[in-house]
Design a protein around this ligand. Structure first.
Ligand SMILES: Cc1cc2nc3c(=O)[nH]c(=O)nc-3n(C[C@H](O)[C@H](O)[C@H](O)COP(=O)(O)OP(=O)(O)OC[C@H]3O[C@@H](n4cnc5c(N)ncnc54)[C@H](O)[C@@H]3O)c2cc1C
Length: 399
């Protein structure tokens, strides 16, 4: 045992259908799916819900368009394109999980291009085979930041949700099934899983299946389960943040087959806004220092959004890795589920594919065997929802 146990529970492990390690969107969506089908399942989180990718994501429920900018409807777009409709139903409370408490920041994204003619071809290609098609926007109807853009602007019915409220909404019906654990202190003994709270309490579980939905943490968990782990890739990003009196903007600036920038907006209590800036600038930014990225991001935003006043804006950045199933360094075209004995590892690949990942994971479950519902011991600590990246950002002016 790697830690002193202050308060040992019963020695007999508690039988249950499933234990889930990791409370990002994948783990919480799966917990909901399992619980609603009558499985006795618990979720164990070592930091805060969504810490890692979900809380740092831009919350766009991609329609698949992003993946067809090369003019082809490829496997990736096929994998993505039906899922925004499922989300819409959940966000309206017409399907489970009931996500009415999740905040929809925008019902649409805009798509605009730079002067590169290839980007226009990309947009035309993007319309092929999509359920959500970009519609041209008249100049007078453009959102303020896009008023001065020289090229065409399109509207895309791609919703954007606030990740923190999504995580809270997913947890709400299952609060009794979500526990905070010491991630360093997990012991596996055959089918028995022994975990500890940060204060040293012990809990022994005997699940039929263990799901790993811990994002980048899946690698370390594999080692704990004695599995040889080569199945994950990490694709790093260096995302930019801009804070100030910025107007709301949700959308992608497209250049040929690339998304030059993807911008989403968070409203702060102070009345200011934060623009979260991803896309190619964040891919290229991996090789840059924080200062270099801030300068690059400012130049890029000024170039793709002429007319937006950036004079009072402060800049920051954060680094985060996308953790996915190994695919030679390229984005996998679908959610991935990998089964090794009683351990099933789940990567949604995208937030929007969380329902797809849960569907694939459920296929690994035998019929419920009638275990009594399982709940976290009453005094056991519960994880908070992770804080968004701008809450811990250091802001600076960029000249
Ligand atoms: C910057 C960025 C922007 C993105 N934007 C979008 C977007 O707009 N739209 C979209 O569809 N997708 C987007 N994605 C992808 C999407 O965010 C991820 O695919 C998705 O959030 C992954 O969810 P997850 O639950 O697998 O992992 P995570 O969200 O990383 O959650 C893993 C959880 O496991 C916990 N954990 C780790 N180790 C352990 C352990 N040992 N024991 C217990 N718990 C553990 C972590 O603390 C965390 O809570 C973006 C990703 C990034 C990085």
């Amino acid at each position: 045992m790697s830690k002193d146990v202050r308060n040992s529970g019963s020695t007999a492990p508690q039988p249950c259908d499933a234990v889930i390690f990791g409370g990002g969107v994948a783990g919480l969506w799966l917990l909901d799916a399992l619980s609603r089908r009558g499985y006795a399942a618990v979720l164990l989180e070592s930091r805060a819900l969504g810490a890692g990718q979900t809380i740092t994501s831009q919350g766009i429920l991609h329609s698949g368009l992003k993946y067809t900018l090369d003019g082809l409807l490829n496997a990736s777009a096929e994998g993505v394109r039906d899922w925004p409709a499922i989300w819409r139903e959940c966000l309206r409370g017409e399907q489970c999980p009931d996500l009415r408490a999740a905040r929809v920041l925008s019902d649409e994204c805009h798509l605009w291009r730079t002067s590169n003619p290839r980007s226009m071809l990309g947009m035309v290609g993007a319309r092929v085979g999509l359920k959500v098609r970009p519609e041209p926007v008249a100049k007078a109807d453009r959102p303020t930041p896009l008023r001065e853009c020289p090229g065409s602007v399109f509207r895309l019915a791609e919703q954007v949700i606030e990740p923190a409220s999504l995580l809270s909404a997913l947890r709400a019906p299952h609060a009794s099934r979500v526990a905070l654990i010491d991630g360093e202190s997990v012991d596996i003994d055959g089918r028995s899983v022994c975990v500890h709270s940060p204060t040293g309490d012990e809990w022994r579980l005997a699940p039929n299946i263990v799901f790993l939905t811990a994002g980048a943490g899946n690698a370390a968990l594999h080692a704990k389960f004695g599995l040889d782990f080569k199945a994950m890739q990490r694709r790093p990003l260096h995302m930019a943040l801009a804070k100030g009196p910025l107007p709301p903007l949700f959308g992608h600036c497209v250049d040929g087959a690339h998304t030059r920038v993807t911008i989403t907006t968070a409203r702060l209590e102070s009345g200011e806004s934060v623009w979260q800036i991803g896309g190619q600038v964040a891919e290229d930014g991996v090789a840059l220092t924080e200062d270099e990225l801030a300068q690059r991001a400012k130049r890029e935003v000024a170039s793709v959004l002429p007319g937006v006043d950036l004079s009072g804006v402060l800049w920051s950045s954060y680094r985060v890795d996308r953790a996915e199933a190994e695919n030679a360094g390229k984005r996998p075209s679908d959610a991935t589920v990998l089964r090794e004995g009683a351990v099933v590892t789940v990567w949604p690949t995208k937030l929007v594919l969380a329902p797809r990942a849960a569907e694939l994971a459920l296929r690994e479950m035998p019929e419920p065997v009638g275990h009594a519902d399982i709940a976290v011991p009453p005094s056991w600590p519960r994880p908070a929802v992770a804080a968004p990246p701008w809450e811990s950002a250091t802001w600076k002016r960029v000249d």
